[in-house]
Design a protein around this ligand. Structure first.
Ligand code: PMP
Length: 351
């Protein structure tokens, strides 16, 4: 595969100097000892980064583990509401732990009605902000209203560094059932390392601690996370560049006839081919070495595709390949689209 734009990874390689610094740090880690089970140094650095108390931070083996821990601690065999379409892991984790899952559907503007969340009488609510895969940020008020359900509300901020929003950690002091999930896989560029964390009021962290395995984050992961937190200007510059590249990619997608692209506050863009089958388009791209994300069989998302923001060179190659496929010669282009016909569905989002 020439281009991998399917998993919302950070496309920027670590600069040589940082890579050497990190290698040195990892080399001096004592591998024969168990890691610090409390991950004190890493949690202290995360607390400073997020502007919260260290007792309000818990770390996990990727954001995925943190999601599982939340389901285990707050919804084992219970009721979980998920605002979506969204990241599938919430539903998968909840179901695997015996919970009943209710999906509160997004409307055509990718927004939702908090009353529907409250009506589901959940123990735990998952809200992804900004949302994967729609890319938008819900107004904080929508999230705060969900807290009236009495449930623990898990706000997933995996992509928050790519938006200009400060996130919802400022509400932790006043909202005792608010929990924020984050990851170092995206803006921090550590997807392979597996590091995620939770910011939550102390009482919720204590409850998560009861289901956390003692050494859930290894010493190499702790060292790598700490290293990146000591190099925040590097992280900030990566996020800034990716934001700028996202805007170029968005404009490039919009300029292609037959594509509707949706604005994004993340490092990916959701788009909809208006007059051709998304699955055929996905295959045509794959056959040319370009991997993006499709949603075959999904009730709502099957009409959409999602592309991660790559480097400018990668984005240009993706746009060129997409343009070539959609502009194919003959009565039909190479993704099965009859020339000059539309299906009249332009402009309908998530319907
Ligand atoms: N939350 C969201 C919304 C995601 O999209 C992802 C990964 N794509 C994660 C959490 C988990 O990330 P990780 O396990 O790599 O930390």
């Amino acid at each position: 595969m020439r281009l991998k734009l399917d998993a919302n990874e950070n496309p920027i390689p670590l600069p040589k100097e940082a890579r050497e610094g990190l290698t040195e740090r990892l080399a001096s880690t004592e591998l024969s000892r168990y890691p610090d089970g409390e991950a004190w140094e890493l949690r202290r650095a995360l607390a400073r980064y997020a502007g919260v108390d260290i007792r309000q931070v818990l770390v996990g083996n990727g954001g995925d583990e943190v999601i599982f821990m939340a389901c285990h601690a707050f919804a084992l065999g219970g009721r979980v509401a998920v605002v979506g379409p969204t990241f599938e892991m919430y539903e998968d984790a909840a179901r695997s732990l015996g919970a009943e899952v209710f999906t509160v559907q997004l409307d055509g503007d990718f927004l939702f009605e908090p009353g529907e969340v409250i009506a589901a009488r959940p123990d735990l609510v998952f809200i992804c902000r900004p949302n994967n895969p729609t890319g938008n940020l819900y107004p904080p008020q929508l999230v705060l209203e969900c807290l009236r359900s009495g449930a623990v509300v898990f706000v997933d901020e995996a992509y928050i560094e790519f938006s200009l929003d400060a996130g919802m950690s400022r509400f932790l002091a006043s909202e005792e059932r608010l929990m924020i999930g984050r990851t170092m896989s995206k803006a921090f560029g550590l997807a392979g390392v597996r590091l995620g964390y939770v910011l939550a009021p102390e009482e919720l962290v204590r409850r998560l601690e009861r289901v956390r395995q003692p050494y859930n984050v290894g010493c190499l992961a702790q060292a790598a996370g700490l290293f990146m937190l000591e190099n925040l200007p590097l992280v900030e510059s990566m996020a800034r560049r990716i934001r700028a590249w996202r805007q170029d990619l968005y404009r490039g997608l919009q300029a292609i006839d037959g594509i509707e692209a949706y604005p994004s506050e993340t490092n990916f863009i959701l788009f909809r081919p208006l007059a051709c089958d998304p699955d055929l388009l996905w295959r045509a791209l794959r056959d040319k070495g370009v991997l993006i994300r499709r949603y075959p069989g999904h009730q709502v998302l099957r009409k959409y595709l999602r592309v991660s923001v790559g480097t400018p060179e990668e984005n240009a190659l993706f746009l060129k390949t997409l343009g070539e496929i959609l502009g194919g010669v003959g009565d039909k282009d190479s993704c099965g689209r009859a020339k000059d016909t539309g299906d009249g569905s332009q402009g309908q989002a998530l319907s």
